[in-house]
Design a protein around this ligand. Structure first.
Ligand code: FAD
Length: 337
């Protein structure tokens, strides 16, 4: 196993932030993982597993061991006429798993097409888009306790998945490496096309056949046209989570802000964080190397040469403004390292 010192991570995070890892290696198999767990340098250092780097902000050099996950493989491990259990190794690109599902006629994750990053990071924040979340199809996950190297299966319930949350982002933060994910996908048509943007796309492109492939391609196409490509403009997608309010608070909000967009979600009221940021006039804001995307108030961007600290300072400024104006606390979705 090759260990590299002072490894530059700028190409391994979609913000494109320059940060060095004191020690760096990649793993391609469970055998590599076992070797890693026995390495003294690994045991003695702070550790971080990295997938596609599309949900992290490095604010300083990483004074420890960064492990790039390259575990590959996707297979159907059980199936009947109604469903298939699909096991994907955690270093697979998430979109490769989508392509596998579409090819095999398996429904359930097509609305999550083209979300950047790896399969193993998907449960970390219960990825979601276009009215679907990972938790709708997750069966279980396989993970290794980082301290002991002991393997454990987590059932879906044990993962404690919520809105951009899981046990691995909370109680078990930094404690487990997710090595494989098993999804239960449907062989029976199971489309979810209620999202307005999707419907508009189908209407505009005169698509009337809502096949798995058409839905997946529609989602991918909408995403390509709407979201900034990190290869061109450094970003990590939505920087903040949307905000949930108790129903009792809605009346007062609407009185003050009659245009407030909101959605009912699981008995709470969800307010788009992007709208709150826009009201604080940050959309299109730019200072030095950093800014807020001109079309997406939720997306913070690196215009080139930014440090993680500069992005964090901008995030703090936004949090303060939103708090002052709305008395609402924005919470970052991105993992700050
Ligand atoms: C343009 C853009 C659009 C996006 N759109 C969406 C969206 O629509 N919905 C959505 O939910 N997210 C979205 N994201 C965020 C991101 O794509 C997801 O959070 C994705 O799951 C991150 O995967 P990753 O492999 O890049 O994780 P990384 O950024 O590499 O890691 C994220 C965190 O998970 C940890 N981690 C990674 N892999 C493992 C593992 N195997 N075991 C244990 N811990 C691990 C890391 O240590 C880190 O703390 C978007 C990002 C971008 C850049």
């Amino acid at each position: 196993m090759k260990i590299q010192k002072n490894y530059n991570l700028s190409k391994l995070n979609t913000f494109g932030i320059e940060a060095n890892a004191k020690n760096f290696t990649g793993i391609e198999s469970e055998a590599d993982l076992k070797e890693l767990f026995n390495l003294p340098e690994f045991k003695q250092n702070k550790k971080m597993f990295l997938g596609g780097g599309s949900n992290v902000l490095f604010t300083k050099d990483f004074d420890g061991f960064v492990v790039l996950n390259k575990l590959k493989g996707i297979e159907i491990i059980e199936e009947n006429s109604e469903y298939a259990l699909v096991r994907a190794m955690s270093g697979e690109l998430w979109h490769e798993l989508i392509l596998f599902a579409v090819k095999h006629g398996l429904w359930g994750i097509e609305n999550l097409s083209l979300i950047p990053g790896t399969v193993g990071a998907a449960p970390m924040q219960n990825i979601g888009a276009y009215g679907t979340e990972l938790k709708d199809t997750l069966f279980d996950i396989e993970a290794f306790e980082i301290e002991t190297g002991v393997k454990k299966i987590f059932t879906k319930e044990e993962c404690e998945l919520g809105y951009r949350e899981s046990i691995f982002k909370n109680k078990l933060k930094g404690k487990y490496f997710i090595s494989a994910v098993v999804l239960k996908l449907s062989k029976l048509e199971n489309k979810n096309i209620v999202y307005k943007t999707l419907q508009e796309y189908f209407d505009k492109n005169k698509i009337t056949e809502y096949s798995l492939k058409n839905i997946s391609e529609a989602v991918a196409s909408i995403r390509r046209s709407k979201l900034p490509d990190p290869k061109i403009l450094g970003n990590a997608g939505s920087f903040f989570k949307n905000v949930f309010l108790g129903k009792d608070k809605l009346g007062a909000f609407l009185e003050k802000y009659p245009d407030l967009p909101y959605f009912e979600d699981d008995g709470s009221i969800k307010i788009p964080a992007g709208w709150l940021i826009e009201q604080c006039e940050f959309k299109g804001y730019r200072k030095g190397h950093v800014g807020v995307h001109e079309k997406h108030a939720l997306v913070l961007v690196n215009y080139g040469g930014a440090t993680g600290k500069e992005i964090l300072e901008l995030a703090d400024k936004i949090i303060t403004s939103v708090k002052e104006k709305f008395n609402v606390e924005l919470v970052p979705e991105v993992n700050i390292v």
